[in-house]
Design a protein around this ligand. Sequence first.
Ligand code: NAG
Ligand code: NAG
Length: 408
Amino acid sequence: MFPTTLLTTLLLAFSVAANPVLVDRSTVTLPLSRRLNLTSIHNLVLHDQARAKNLKLGGSGKSANRRAVISEPVQNQAVTYVASIGVGSPATTYSLLIDTGSSNTWVGADKAYVKTSTSTQTTNKVAVTYGSGSFSGTEFTDQVTIATGLVIPKQSIGVATKSTGFDGVDGILGIGPVDLTLDTLSPATSSSIPTVTDNLFANGVISAHSIGISFEPSITGTDNNGEITWGGTDSSKFTGTIGFSSLTTTSPANEFWGINQSIRYGTSTTILATTAGIVDTGTTLVLIATNAFTKYKTATGGVLDSTTGLLRITAAQLTSLQSLFFVTPGGTFELTANGQLWPRALNTDIGGVAGRIYLIVNDLGSNSGEGLDFINGFGFLERFYSVFDTANNRVGFATTPFTTATTN
Ligand SMILES: *[C@@H]1O[C@H](CO)[C@@H](O)[C@H](O)[C@H]1NC(C)=O
Ligand SMILES: *[C@@H]1O[C@H](CO)[C@@H](O)[C@H](O)[C@H]1NC(C)=O
């Protein structure tokens, strides 16, 4: 698979050589597989809301505070994109969640860590609390192999001795901003822990400090339809140009991949006035502040379905469902009516009724004005290519061949 991808990238690079953003001979792509694992009713919405609440409490710099405040029962990840990552030499392969909302990389939740000659234990303990679980363990440095040609000789990794909320995966590949690693080590240090992306860039393995992510809509529980590109973008995965937005200065969204954005329903109904929020691969739905969700509910005519926790509309209401426009400094991105639906083929997987129409836009759990008023999760990212550009402090979106697809 890899040589074909590289060749394709090179060919595309030549054909679009006029656009410097797209040309990067050192990019390497990694396939991501999508998994659906819903073990209890309401899991989907509760998981996302618990995560949102945790993210709003701020980054890891406030982790002690977060531990005290979050008391919801742990909700396992419902929909995840995982990558196969090698650790050690010879490498053991782990299935890791790809998370833009956290920045520590760790293993050992499911498959045990296997020490090899490249494994070095440090004197530190490491712990991170997520809204949807937690892990604690010891810090090692080890060789991490993301893909052929993407190898980090000495990556700090956490090796879990205890973890909750991560059944079915081995840990996390954290690709959020590096400051989210602050205060995750004990004894406390004042420095952050370079992420895999930071190290690839520092070691000269990638020549741009940036990541491109492609997710695609799926109507099956498991699908190999995602891709992450380090050091550039994969122009075969998007159409047109990438519209970039500077990272927001508003706290706490500014601790994550946060941007300013407003949301409009149809031609003129404002759902959410311009405010700060985040882009997050660890959230399944599109979450908007409660006051905005109330407006969306009125605009769509949806009713809250008590079994799934999602809004439900009738077939008649679907025919008049309008697009939702995400207005960012980098451009306006239109989430079509079909893009707002939970895939009907997967209704029964979330405790829903076959044939019914459920919406993926849901309630963040608090009103706007708190500095993190929306989360553009998978529901959005499966329709738009996303670029997380550390070098230029910005996030970009572009349309894809699936933006207007009728898959749901
Ligand atoms: C699904 O979740 C359950 C419980 O949360 C876990 O035991 C199981 O291993 C998971 N399955 C997969 C395939 O991830
Ligand atoms: C985002 O919105 C905040 C609050 O209105 C504003 O101060 C800031 O300049 C905006 N832009 C960025 C890039 O943060």
